[in-house]
Design a protein around this ligand. Structure first.
Ligand code: HEC
Length: 141
């Protein structure tokens, strides 16, 4: 009796895990890296490069995907980026999708500081564009 129950719980956990993996898989597949490159070249290059150590108004985005926030060498970030990074903020598909929609709002929410600043005043409004650009940044890893 006890054994069947354990097995049943295991089966439920396994199917939940499968659903989780499936959803994560589709979220990643939603963006198209080639489209993302176009978005990047149109919307991001005014302030960012992908070259290591080369900052513009914004920090270099070299190696950004999967990395902790606030770590580009020689760049003077707003405090919120450094503290959010130290508290575990990493740039993944999920965090980029939220962040790029409204950087200041995102930093305020994630740090819990209503006065947190962000020097990135730009917002990438279209969800599709955010998905594409996240896929592009991921493809560079
Ligand atoms: C008008 C200039 C500007 C544009 C356009 C811009 N950014 Fe930014 N971005 C910044 C600045 C400035 C920061 C640093 C913010 C701070 O420290 O307050 C930043 C920070 C970031 C960060 C965090 C970097 C880190 O090391 O933690 C990411 C990710 C990012 N930008 C992605 C993008 C993407 C992708 C685009 C294009 C869709 C884009 N940005 C467009 C100015 C810009």
């Amino acid at each position: 009796m006890k054994k069947t129950r354990t097995l049943r719980i295991f089966a439920v956990a396994a199917s939940l895990a499968a659903v989780g993996l499936f959803t994560a898989g589709t979220a990643v597949a939603a963006g198209d890296a080639a489209e993302g490159e176009k978005v990047y070249k149109k919307r991001c290059v005014a302030c960012h490069t992908l070259e290591e150590g080369k900052n513009r108004v914004g920090p270099s985005l070299h190696g950004i995907f999967g990395r902790q926030a606030g770590l580009a060498p020689k760049y003077k970030y707003s405090k919120s980026y450094v503290s959010a990074g130290e508290n575990g903020l990493e740039w993944t598909t999920e965090t980029l999708l939220d962040y790029l929609a409204d950087p200041k709002k995102y930093m305020r929410e994630i740090t819990g500081n209503k006065k947190a600043k962000s020097k990135m005043t730009f917002k990438l409004k279209k969800k599709e564009d955010r998905e594409h650009v996240a896929a592009y940044l991921e493809s560079l890893q």
